[in-house]
Design a protein. Structure first.
Length: 76
């Protein structure tokens, strides 16, 4: 369930092009990758479950890194 919540945040930020501020092309690409990875069906089979979990962690890290990046730049 948490994965779906994070995926919705990533998808909304990707579609709007805005997380904390207007996203650059690089940030927009990272948000697109995070949204697509979060909604991929890699963790539907038992054999592929570790791959899906790694994908979810990757999405969380990408979203967190983009958030921190946007806040760092806006401070400067």
């Amino acid at each position: 369930m948490v994965s779906a919540d994070i995926g919705i945040i990533a998808l909304a930020a990707w579609v709007m092009g805005y997380l904390h501020k207007l996203a650059t092309w690089r940030e927009w690409g990272i948000l697109a990758l995070a949204a697509i990875l979060c909604f991929s069906t890699a963790d539907t089979w038992e054999v592929r479950r570790p791959i899906g979990m790694a994908g979810n962690v990757t999405v969380w890290l990408l979203l967190a890194a983009t958030s921190v990046w946007q806040r760092e730049i806006s401070i400067i």
